[in-house]
Design a protein around this ligand. Structure first.
Ligand code: PNS
Length: 161
């Protein structure tokens, strides 16, 4: 059983994230989407809301039974051990992601050499989509409905009403 942990803030999950999940489903038997309340970022949605939106998106994709959604605190590699996951899954978009991702992958390898970081490229249609830009555009009245799963579009509307 190949298990990957797909960690992130997911505030909120976007179609960039779901494209990575869909590709990840071809490579892994089970993916645990692990939501962290990142103190370095100001969140729009609570961790519980983010978890619900990811569960709804996974069900919408038809992968509800092979995708678990959870929250985690502390070190990611410790969480991977707890989940018996061999792999950390991360998505890559434009070049700007690379340096941050390289640093994290190297740090995680240092902390636990048994866990491998695997990168999947986001679908090119969503290469420039990020949770931060989605929130900024939505707050300013922009239409982002095609860039997020249906459940997220509805919640963004509610939050900003
Ligand atoms: O979506 P994000 O905010 O870019 O995800 C960042 C995340 C959650 C993957 C990263 O902050 C993380 O793994 N935090 C857990 C703390 C940890 O293990 N730090 C040491 C390795 S860099």
């Amino acid at each position: 059983m190949r298990t990957a942990v797909y960690p992130g803030s997911f505030d909120p999950i976007t179609r960039g994230h779901t494209s990575i999940l869909a590709s990840g489903m071809k490579a892994f038997d089970r993916i645990v989407v692990a939501v962290l309340n990142n103190p370095r970022k100001t969140a729009m949605f609570t961790v519980e809301e983010r978890i619900e939106m990811i569960q709804e998106a996974a069900a919408e994709m038809g992968y509800g039974d092979r995708i678990d959604v959870d929250r985690f605190d502390g070190l990611l590699v410790d969480y991977c051990r707890q989940q018996e996951a061999q792999v950390i899954l991360r998505g890559l978009r434009a070049v700007a992601d690379f340096e941050y991702e390289l640093q994290m992958a190297n740090m995680n390898r240092h902390l636990n050499p048994d866990v491998e970081t695997v990168f999947i490229m986001a679908d090119d249609a969503y290469f420039y989509v990020s949770s931060n830009l989605i929130k900024e555009a939505a707050k300013l009245g922009g239409n982002v409905e095609e860039l997020v799963p249906g459940s997220v579009a509805a919640r963004l509307r509610e939050k900003l009403a």
